[in-house]
Design a binder for this molecule. Structure first.
Ligand SMILES: [Zn+2]
Length: 57
């Protein structure tokens, strides 16, 4: 397992929790597709579908 970390100070990617260049703490660089907004969008669509099914009954 290798998480991609990012040093805001040097603006470079690293796998180390602390930047080897400036010794600043690096942050997790999570890809946009894992954003919680996508999760909620999926949840909303599921609810909408369920409401439609109930209307037909
Ligand atoms: Zn750095």
């Amino acid at each position: 397992m290798s998480e991609i970390l990012y040093c805001k100070n040097c603006q470079r990617y690293t796998i180390h929790p602390v930047c080897s260049t400036c010794k600043e703490k690096t942050v997790l660089n999570t890809p946009a597709r894992f954003s919680p907004q996508d999760h909620y969008g999926k949840y909303r669509r599921a609810l909408k579908k369920r409401d439609k099914d109930e209307l037909r009954q």
